[in-house]
Design a protein around this ligand. Structure first.
Ligand SMILES: NC(=O)CC[C@H](N)C(=O)O
Length: 204
């Protein structure tokens, strides 16, 4: 009996459907979460914070009183996968927040939003990560400008002349965070590692 890990996918805003589809394909049970009541309907064996607009997500999290329970759930140690705006939400420090923007402050990294230019500068690139090569889409992506604690750099931007060498993915034993979108290219590399961690969490 292996059982199925239940994954809370924050679904207030942004790119939710692709994550849900990939998590299902990998044998997990994704549950889109849009309210504090839904968030409290655990047990959860993992949390996904999608891409979108981090300042909007931050505002909605506070308006729907989901910010503190979400931060608590993450602090309790469940595996987390965060893409783009999701990584910004996790960060302890945002260099260039939108007016009034806060974050959950649960991952000791500093991020700079929109570090590689505007929407029109979006690109698709292969990124080498500690978990394998990823076919990645960059859309107004943040850069990780500092890491602390037990955070490891797991990928730097390579091929593009703009921002070459910039840190674009980080991990701890609990969190996998990336600036780019593997869900838009349906690249399962990092989601597979996340689901493996969620399985372990389920048996913990
Ligand atoms: N694709 C994305 O998630 C973009 C993130 C966006 N630039 C932000 O600040 O939240």
């Amino acid at each position: 009996m292996t059982g199925v890990p239940r994954i809370a996918v924050l679904a207030l805003q942004g790119g939710v459907a692709e994550h849900v589809e990939m998590l299902r394909e990998l044998g997990a049970e994704p549950v889109p979460v849009r309210s504090a009541a839904a968030l409290s309907s655990g047990p959860w064996h993992g949390v996904v914070l999608p891409g979108g607009e981090s300042s909007t997500m931050d505002r909605l999290l506070r308006r729907f009183r989901m910010r503190d329970p979400l931060a608590e759930l993450i602090t309790s140690g469940v595996p987390v996968l965060a893409t783009c705006a999701g990584l910004i939400l996790l960060a302890e420090r945002i260099e260039d927040p939108a007016p009034g923007q806060t974050s959950l402050g649960v991952l000791p990294v500093t991020v700079r939003r929109n570090a590689f230019g505007r929407q029109v500068d979006s690109s698709r690139e292969e990124v080498s990560t500690a978990f394998g090569k990823v076919d990645a889409a960059f859309i107004r992506a943040p850069e990780v400008t500092a890491v602390g604690g037990d955070v490891r750099v797991i990928a730097r931007r390579g091929s593009s002349p703009q921002g070459a060498g910039a840190v674009v993915a980080v991990a701890t034993d609990q969190v996998i965070g990336m600036s780019f979108h593997p869900e838009l290219t349906h690249d399962l590399t990092l989601h597979s590692e996340f689901v493996r961690r969620a399985h372990r969490q389920r048996h913990a």
